[in-house]
Write a protein that binds this ligand. Structure first.
Ligand SMILES: Nc1ncnc2c1ncn2[C@@H]1O[C@H](COP(=O)(O)OP(=O)(O)OP(=O)(O)O)[C@@H](O)[C@H]1O
Ligand SMILES: [Mg+2]
Length: 376
């Protein structure tokens, strides 16, 4: 098992800065995903690590050895590309043996290492098959076996599952994770699919415009996004624009179109600051509006009784049944906003009807707030 340290890597193409002073440390045996939108520099970063291109500055250190300028074939890094890049004129065995022959291993060692690699991806019976006779999932496994056969210190996988249909993709996510874990492999996995990153990774590096915006375990990336970018890139959320009205110890009150919404106080906020308040759809509870409650001034009315919850009233716009859950879309006081979404698990007792008025509530602790980004 090997650790990887990337220090201050920058990379430009002509005038375009693609990677911007990027730092990343990966522990031995760890599975880290690079998650980010198209063009944010994920593939470029992998290519720098593999030695297929060089950074303009910074260093790449694998297992304590500086490999920044080392030729790709001397790095002992296995790469799985998006399209697998298998050689169509070679059979499965020859594809996997390719990198071993390049290392001038003797025939017996090649036999043994190819066999081991095929076994690890459960493809032992396919050794003599031609690539054209394999399904997408089988080709994907051969590509992984080829990367593992050289006994690399590190495996880099660039969107290796994107060509597969949804069901096979979900199966392969788990399978690939187990194959790499069983091999004790340190791995960097590129994806722009947030669910895939959440399912597979020990840690996720959320990338934006050539830098890492957040590097953390999946649970924290989802529940404690550090920026509006991460909030929006990973998962869904309801959001309101507002202004910090008051700071009251551990919480602060934000004036929004819905009235006051509360959220935990953090040091970088000050009274008057423009913020975005947010909550994840599965954190919101809903119940029918009781007739005694006024339809207006909701946040204020209820916050005086229980300040640990945010409450507001909303009208159901749509109810979408999705099997394992139901998503309700709401219209609230905020104009021109995208509808607020609430996720109901399959076993809830109350599912509202379209047009119904309901009360939404969620814990202040579950409320996220970010300083509003100035308009670009
Ligand atoms: N060889 C190259 N020459 C010039 N520009 C390049 C080259 N390779 C990449 N770029 C540019 O660098 C930026 C980052 O590209 P990169 O392939 O790293 O993105 P990515 O995050 O992998 O995106 P995707 O999710 O679409 O694969 C893009 O704007 C791309 O056009
Ligand atoms: Mg890419």
């Amino acid at each position: 098992m090997s650790s990887l340290v990337i220090q201050g890597i920058s990379k430009s193409y002509a005038t375009q800065q693609v990677i911007d002073r990027l730092d990343l440390q990966i522990d031995a045996g760890e599975f880290v995903s690079l998650l980010g939108p198209s063009g944010c520099g994920k593939t470029t970063l992998l290519r720098v690590i593999a030695g297929l291109t060089y950074g303009d500055r910074g260093s790449v250190i694998l297992d304590g050895q500086d490999i920044t300028t080392l030729a790709p074939h001397k790095r002992n890094v296995g790469v799985v590309f998006q399209n697998y890049a298998l050689f169509p004129h070679l059979n499965v065995f020859e594809n996997i043996a390719f990198g071993l022959k390049a290392k001038h291993l003797d025939a017996d060692s090649i036999q043994i290492q190819v066999k081991q690699a095929l076994l690890s991806v459960q493809m032992s019976h396919y050794s003599n098959r031609s690539i054209a006779e394999l399904s997408g999932g089988q080709q994907q496994r051969v590509a992984v076996a080829r990367a593992l056969a050289i006994k690399p210190k590190l495996v880099l996988l660039d969107e290796p599952l994107s060509a597969l249909d949804r069901k096979l993709r979900e199966t392969m996510q788990i399978e690939l994770k187990h194959i790499l874990r069983d091999a004790g492999m340190t791995a960097i996995f590129v994806t722009h699919d947030q669910e895939e990153a959440l399912v597979m990774s020990d840690r996720i590096a959320v990338m934006n415009k050539g830098h890492i915006e957040q590097l953390d375990v999946p649970n924290r990336v989802y529940t404690k996004p550090v920026s509006e970018f991460v909030l929006n890139f990973v998962g869904l959320s309801a959001q309101w624009q507002g202004r910090v009205a008051s700071i009251e110890g551990a919480s602060m009150a934000i004036q929004t179109a819905e009235g006051l919404l509360r959220c935990p106080f953090e040091e970088h906020f000050e009274a008057g600051a423009m913020v975005v308040v947010s909550v994840r759809p599965e954190r919101i509870d809903l119940k029918p509006v009781s007739e005694q409650i006024s339809v207006h001034a909701l946040g204020q009315t209820h916050s005086s009784t229980d300040r640990s919850y945010n409450r507001l009233h909303a009208t159901v716009q749509d109810v979408v049944y999705r099997g394992s859950n139901t998503i309700c879309y709401f219209k609230t006081a905020q104009e021109h906003a995208t509808p607020v979404m609430v996720e109901l698990s399959a076993n809830v007792s109350f599912v509202p009807k379209i047009g119904e008025r309901v009360e939404l509530s969620w814990a202040v602790q579950d409320t996220l707030a970010f300083l509003a980004q100035p308009a670009a």
